[in-house]
Design a protein. Structure first.
Lengths: 496, 356
């Protein structure tokens, strides 16, 4: 890549000398040809690694060699490529070349530059969603190329109101970031906020959309992700139609969705493909699993250390006998097991897939049983910790899963310090934090607080599609109604 | 920021203020018993029953007996005999020797309402014998404390024992217009124990034991059945067993003369066993009438005896106090033996079984 300061050098050099700096790169190529009709010399200058040579050889070069080529204006006429620019300012050369254009110079027209688009797109083919996999429903997932991702969304929302506006973020990486919304539905303030924040980003490189999440978040010190990321084009399309904003970042297979709410992180998109009763049941199971996962070990520690009165008499014998031989106090026992599980997860994540699976088995079975047999941990706690870990894996959004895993450690400490009272205290802190949290200025806990009963149709429960005829209140959309409720509720069969 | 540093500092400094009680380093008492101190030096002789859990999940009964004037005093004296501190948060049952109960329970219940670690659904009961002897028997694999409290619990749910626990006991203990009663436990031998009836109290002191065969009628008067059983011998010598009994009762005061009170009892049940031949509609009517009469007579006899003893375990004083303005309890109590109490039972046989 050419260093940033190159433009300063450009200023000093004359029009004819612009090549000398670019030539420092070995993949920059300049070649000269003569037109057969006019015998004029013209030059092709491009980064060989950025352009598709097939386009040059099959479309551009034959036309320029054989057809009459007298001035740069002829490019529009004779080259069968739509994206052709003719510019006068040598400032544009750098940007155009780096964007994959071929610079055409004509010896008789030295003050102007012709550019022919010949970008080479190295894209990977579409694959199945891996993080948000669903058994039912579309199997397409986003890839790294912004154009292809946009294509996947536009195919699902073929309306002219779907607006995509592109920005460049990162002084060095020049990452393309596209902001998508539906004109006439999405709240203008939200769109403006996103645009403003993207314009204000001051950073050198953007590696992934996760960087954008961090830079766009209202509170970047929060454990909770405030922008939803998804790899499913169908989810993005559905959420755009709901009146939210999507942010596509070039080079990232995850598209961001804003504003979002806490509840949204616990709804898998597959919920919408299942019968609403089944989906509601699964959602409730997921919520229960998350609460269980966060609270089960802290409650164990609190009950074991302070509040033995809480334990039902029938359970007392089991707990006392399982703990009798254990030398560690409950907190160390719990931390030992929780950290073991975290180690297993971390080791599994860092290793190649095949080795990772072995680690899971070795860790789960060998370490678990061995530590119980060695008398380091009680088997009751082992069950709780394992179930808790399992519960944290049920969150459909990976980042929220991580948050849930971290969340139980402060709870554990408070349980050790103050027992059940400590758990309550920690819970109060958590709730206070969540209440203050916003996503693009919209409340993060909506619709639970502020309570919007109409929005509850898509929270803990997933109401039938026809009942969800309103867009969420909290988004303050320009068109609050999705469709005509009466028509949706009274469909007419052909024989009626 | 300063605020947060303060809060976090407080959290860490205050951690030592909560007393740690790690579960396997405790002796959790499941039952306590109070006996009269034979040497008469102290007010209380307390027996703590602990359940020691063995590796194979079986339960061993361990008792510690001490004397003292306060309940807490006996507790810390008991700790001198225990390998780890005895705690009372796991109590399920408290037994009173009937000799103690006859003296009055006022001195013994105070600790129960002050100690927040004691559950409010534990059971109180009285017993004939020494409570230490009762706790030293071997009644079942679950341990004696659990055995006796389970015995009381299922007799409340499915049997003839009116609902009782610490909350209800405290309510009746302190309110005007109702005398308390407690289940009465009797030890048969080292392996067996039974619910012998209920002990009736007058002014916080036990005065009489109501045998268990009268319990059905007593429960009809004070509580309701949701799933009871009952069998009765008919005048023609046949016996009939009635199951799934539902009952409730209502008190009706005569508006003109409130000394007339009618207790309306509604009983519903199914005939599950009959020693005679077929049951037809006529027979059902006969049985219904007979049971009606039987309930009426037995209940009236119970009430009569209560009136004669000037005790009010049914809680009629409470009924009056809710229905009469400017109710004067003392005045009412004087007139209680002369109240004209009627019982109006209504028995409904819902079903007589599958094959007729």
């Amino acid at each position: 890549m050419i260093p940033l300061s190159i433009w300063d050098k450009f200023k000093k050099i004359k029009n004819d000398d612009w090549k000398s700096l670019l030539k420092l790169s070995t993949d920059f190529q300049s070649t000269y040809y003569f037109n057969e009709k006019t015998n004029e010399r013209f030059g092709f200058h491009f980064y060989a690694t950025l352009v598709d040579e097939q386009i040059i050889q099959e479309s551009a070069l034959p036309a320029l060699l054989t057809k009459k080529f007298e001035s740069l204006d002829d490019l529009h006429r004779i080259v069968p490529i739509a994206d052709i620019h003719i510019l006068k300012n040598p400032r544009d050369i750098e940007q155009k070349l780096l964007n994959g254009y071929v610079l055409v110079t004509l010896d008789s027209d030295k003050n102007r530059f012709g550019f022919i688009a010949a970008q080479k797109e190295i894209v990977r083919s579409l694959s199945q969603p891996e993080i948000e996999f669903s058994v039912i429903g579309p199997k397409e997932a986003f890839v790294e190329a912004i154009g292809q991702n946009l294509n996947l969304i536009r195919k699902r929302l073929p309306i002219k109101e779907l607006i995509s506006q592109e920005y460049t973020v990162g002084k060095l990486s020049k990452t393309k970031v596209a902001v998508l919304h539906i004109e006439g539905i999405t709240n203008k303030d939200n769109v403006d906020t996103v645009k403003q924040r993207i314009k204000n980003i001051e950073i050198d490189t953007i590696s992934d959309s996760s960087n954008i999440v961090e830079l766009l978040s209202d509170n970047s010190n929060s454990l909770f992700p405030q922008l939803l990321d998804t790899e499913r084009p169908d989810r993005v399309a559905a959420i755009l139609a709901e009146g939210k904003i999507a942010i596509i970042v070039d080079g990232s297979p995850h598209v961001l969705i804003a504003p979002t709410t806490l509840i949204e992180f616990f709804s898998a998109f597959e919920d919408y493909f299942l019968n609403w009763i089944v989906a509601t049941f699964f959602r409730l199971v997921r919520f229960f699993a998350v609460v269980f996962s966060v609270l089960v070990t802290p409650i164990y520690v609190a009950a074991m250390t302070y509040q033995y009165e809480l334990i039902p008499p029938d359970l007392l014998g089991i707990l006392v006998t399982s703990r009798r031989t254990i030398p560690l106090p409950p907190i160390l026992e719990a931390l030992f097991l929780e950290l073991t599980i975290e180690l297993l997860r971390e080791a599994g994540a860092r290793l190649p897939t095949k080795v990772g699976q072995t680690i899971g088995i070795v860790g789960g079975i060998v370490i678990g049983t061995a530590s119980v047999e060695a008398g380091l941990t009680s088997n009751v706690l082992l069950i709780f910790v394992a179930l808790g870990a399992l519960g944290s894996f049920t969150t459909p959004v990976y980042k929220m899963g991580n948050t849930i895993r971290v969340l139980r450690f402060p709870f554990l400490l408070f349980a050790q310090f103050w027992g059940v009272l400590g758990i309550l205290f920690c819970f109060c802190i958590l709730i206070a934090h969540l209440l203050r949290l916003t996503s693009l200025g919209r409340p993060f806990l909506a619709p639970i607080y502020p309570l919007r009963v109409a929005d509850m149709k898509d929270t803990l429960i997933r109401a039938p599609l026809q009942k969800m005829y309103r867009r969420p209140h909290v988004l303050r959309t320009q068109k609050p109604k999705r469709f005509n409720k009466k028509k949706a509720e009274n469909p007419k069969d052909i024989d009626e | 920021m300063k605020k947060w540093i303060c809060v976090i500092c407080c959290l860490f400094i205050l951690t030592g203020c909560v007393q740690k009680r790690i579960i396997d380093e405790l002796n959790i008492a499941v039952a306590t018993g109070f006996d009269p101190d034979t040497s008469d030096e102290h007010l209380l002789k307390t027996t703590f029953l602990m359940e020691i859990f063995n590796k194979e999940m079986s339960v061993e009964n361990k008792t510690v007996t001490t004397t003292g004037d306060l309940r807490k005093e006996t507790l810390y004296k008991a700790n001198r005999q225990a390998p780890s501190p005895i705690v009372v948060g796991g109590l399920r049952l408290t037994l009173y020797n009937i000799a103690i109960a006859e003296r009055g329970l006022t001195a013994y219940v105070d600790a129960y309402q002050r100690d927040a670690s004691i559950g409010k659904r534990i059971y109180f009961a009285t017993t004939d014998s020494n409570t230490e002897d009762i706790f030293k028997g071997e009644y079942g694999p679950q341990g004696n404390g659990s055995f006796i409290s389970d015995l009381i619990e299922h007799n409340i749910d499915y049997g003839d024992l009116p609902k009782t626990n610490l909350t209800l006991f405290m309510r009746d203990f302190y309110q005007e217009g109702k005398d308390i009663f407690l289940p009465h436990i009797k030890k048969i031998n080292e392996q067996e124990i039974e619910l012998a009836g209920i002990s009736l109290f007058k002014d916080h002191a036990a005065y009489k034991i109501l045998p268990s065969d009268k319990l059905f009628y007593f429960k009809l008067l004070v509580d309701r059945y949701s799933r009871g059983d009952f069998s009765i011998e008919l005048p023609d010598g046949e016996k009939v067993a009635i199951q799934s009994i539902h009952s409730n009762h209502k008190y009706k005061l005569d508006k003109k003369d409130p000394t007339n009170i009618t207790i309306k009892i509604k009983v519903q049940g199914n005939i599950k066993e009959y020693s005679g031949n077929n049951i037809d509609d006529k027979k059902i009517k006969e049985i219904t009438n007979f049971i009606n009469k039987k309930i009426k007579n037995e209940c009236l006899a119970l009430i009569k005896s209560f009136q004669e003893d000037n005790a009010d375990p049914i809680g009629l004083g409470k009924v009056y106090s809710t229905k009469i303005r400017n109710f004067d309890y003392k005045e009412w109590k004087e007139g209680y033996p002369d109240l004209n109490i009627k019982v109006d039972p209504k028995v409904i046989i819902l079903d007589t079984g599958a094959s007729i």
